[in-house]
Write a protein that binds this ligand. Structure first.
Ligand SMILES: Nc1ncnc2c1ncn2[C@@H]1O[C@H](COP(=O)(O)OP(=O)(O)OP(=O)(O)O)[C@@H](O)[C@H]1O
Length: 307
């Protein structure tokens, strides 16, 4: 993804396994949010391919077939291949079933919790109305769809422990509850892939633990999760797979144990000026040791002074 002369995301290829929690980490400005914006259709990547597969039948040869055609996607009895870089954002959420949350909460603060979760389901409701006002008033299909939408909203409100506040304005909730409500809203669209941009930002330790449990529950439901997160406690505890970006290039890819000991990851964080910003304790320890060694070699007296 290029912005004028700046290559925000360059040499990057990675897979998100079905039913896995995959974390995308890296220093500030590494390109993480840009990747999310490409996956969810907010940006059109300048080059490259982003493939979403549904179902067991979507084999690699179908991916190549769709790529070689001018189609945006191909579906067949519950399975499908979607080339996200060709699709507009509304189609990515509606057909490819990719949902997202944002770095900054984007709930409708003046609407109730229940209303926020119903708005997320406006697509099936509009279809059930037959796209007419009369349909909303009279069609039994609309009444059934509306009942199901409310049931789904209540289900997710229960999952995030907020059903007692269903009729309160979303803007009145404490910050941590708003973050969980935002994820619940995304889940009401029945995503196959849920993209979360820094869901643990600003949470206290208790809220962070609740979030971990909730994300693990989502994974157990079979929804794949792609996560940008600076809180390494969250990343290392719940991720099946971690991808590390630096300057728009992938520098490491593996499970959390592999990534936090990878010298390339440690070296990338060496570029961070303030050691306090490095929130992987193992990486911070390595970076501190490497700095001291470097200072010692360059100027033994200064290194002793700094100690
Ligand atoms: N719309 C845009 N126009 C121009 N440059 C952009 C745009 N969006 C992102 N960039 C640049 O792309 C690079 C990657 O930014 P991005 O926000 O993706 O990084 P990040 O890893 O998400 O950072 P952070 O952890 O701080 O959120 C940065 O140099 C940023 O300035």
């Amino acid at each position: 993804m290029r912005f004028g002369g700046l290559v925000a995301v360059g040499d990057l290829s990675f897979s998100v396994g079905r039913g896995d929690i995959t974390a995308l980490i890296g220093p500030n400005g590494a390109g993480k949010t840009t990747v999310f914006n490409c996956v969810t259709g907010f940006y059109k990547p300048t080059e490259g391919r982003i493939v979403m597969r549904h179902g067991a039948g979507a084999k690699a040869n179908l991916v190549e077939k769709v790529t070689g055609s001018s189609a945006r996607y191909e579906t067949d009895k519950g399975s499908g291949v979607f080339l996200l870089e060709r699709m507009p954002d509304f189609e990515i959420s509606k057909k490819a079933k990719v949902a997202r949350t944002f770095q900054n909460i984007r709930l409708f603060g003046g609407m109730t919790l229940l209303e926020n979760l119903l708005v997320a389901q406006h697509n099936p409701l509009t279809v059930a109305s037959g796209f007419t006002f009369a349909g909303i008033l009279g069609l039994s299909s609309y009444r059934k769809a509306h009942r199901e939408a409310v049931e789904k909203a209540v289900y997710w409100l229960e999952r995030v422990g907020l059903v007692d506040r269903a009729d309160d304005p979303a803007g009145d909730l404490p910050y941590g509850d708003q973050r969980r409500l935002e994820i619940a809203r995304a889940m009401c669209t029945d995503p196959q892939l849920l993209c979360l941009d820094e869901p643990a930002a600003g949470l206290n330790p208790r809220e962070s633990t609740e979030l971990n449990q909730f994300l693990q529950f989502i994974r157990e439901q079979g929804t794949s999760v792609l996560l940008i997160e600076h809180d390494m406690g969250v990343v290392m505890e719940i991720s099946d797979h971690v991808v590390v970006l630096d300057y728009g290039v992938k520098i490491s890819d593996g499970d959390s144990g592999f990534v936090k000991n990878d010298p390339k990851v440690i070296a990338a964080y060496l570029g961070v000026d303030d050691e306090a910003e490095i929130d992987v304790p193992e990486v911070r320890a390595e970076v501190t040791a490497a700095r001291h060694e470097h200072e010692h070699q360059a100027d033994p007296q200064a290194a002793r002074d700094s100690n």
